[in-house]
Design a protein around this ligand. Structure first.
Ligand code: MN
Length: 249
């Protein structure tokens, strides 16, 4: 290992430790957590990439998030909890948390990946976020407490806020369907209203219709994207209109 790389590694470890407010006993763990396979292949055949830690971190985060959910929403049913959990442990959401920690600036990538701005890809950021929590878990002797403390310190409040405000990525077409079946015994219908623009960059407008109760519109770069937007609007409309009436205050 050249001293140049040694310094590069030591710098990253220090930055990561400062961000997490956690000191690693085994300094090779944070290096592994930040090493993308492209970097391992390009620079150091003997260096490990983050994939195994990512695998472990996925389970660690799932446990930490489950605990927050059952404590915050003690009335929620299993189906609802697993829906929220999978929205949280998703690429879209975890990459957001990774950016908050600044992991995009720490990840070790090959020159080619750097040129293609690999560090800004959601899938990669989600993986690194998982691997960092996996690394803390291993470094603590497979104890959930330290990774849980770190997660809660930075993200617990933010996560609860996101859920309450509906600001987590959700599969709105599915949750709308569950809602309309429960309320009216029907599934939403989606129709193409129009599409415009040249072939490779068309914009679609779709409508979502539920009986004659709801009609919403969404636009997007694909029919699916447009449907999801229309479904989201319909979902919140129904939630507003029907859920609040149920609550006895
Ligand atoms: Mn992953």
């Amino acid at each position: 290992m050249s001293s140049n790389l040694d310094r590069k590694f030591a710098e990253r470890v220090e930055k990561l430790e400062n961000i997490l407010d956690y000191t690693f006993k085994d300094k090779s763990l944070p290096i592994t957590a930040l090493t993308h396979s492209s970097f391992a292949a390009e620079y150091h055949k003997e260096i490990k990439d983050y994939e195994v830690l990512e695998f472990l971190g996925d389970a660690v985060l799932s446990l930490i998030v489950s605990e927050i959910l059952i404590k915050t929403f003690p009335e929620a049913k299993e189906g609802e909890l697993s829906q929220i959990r999978s929205a949280v442990i998703s690429e879209a959401y975890l990459s957001r948390l990774a950016r908050i920690l600044g992991l995009n600036e720490l990840v070790l990538l090959s020159k080619g990946e750097i040129a293609q701005k690999g560090m800004e890809r959601d899938s990669l950021l989600c993986d690194v976020f998982e691997s960092v929590f996996g690394a803390v878990y291993v470094d603590s002797g497979y104890d959930i407490k330290p990774p849980r403390e770190i997660f809660n310190k930075y993200f617990k409040e933010y996560l609860i806020e996101s859920i309450k405000k509906g600001n987590i990525p959700r599969d709105y077409k599915s949750i709308l369907q569950i809602k309309t079946q429960r309320l009216f015994g029907v599934v939403p219908k989606y129709n193409l209203i129009h599409s415009e623009g040249p072939e490779h960059e068309k914009t679609f407008t779709m409508e979502c219709v539920v009986n004659n109760v709801v009609r919403t519109f969404g636009t997007g770069k694909s029919k699916k994207e447009a449907e999801t937007e229309a479904a989201k609007k319909a979902f919140f409309y129904l939630k507003e209109r029907y859920d609040s009436n149920k609550k006895k205050k």
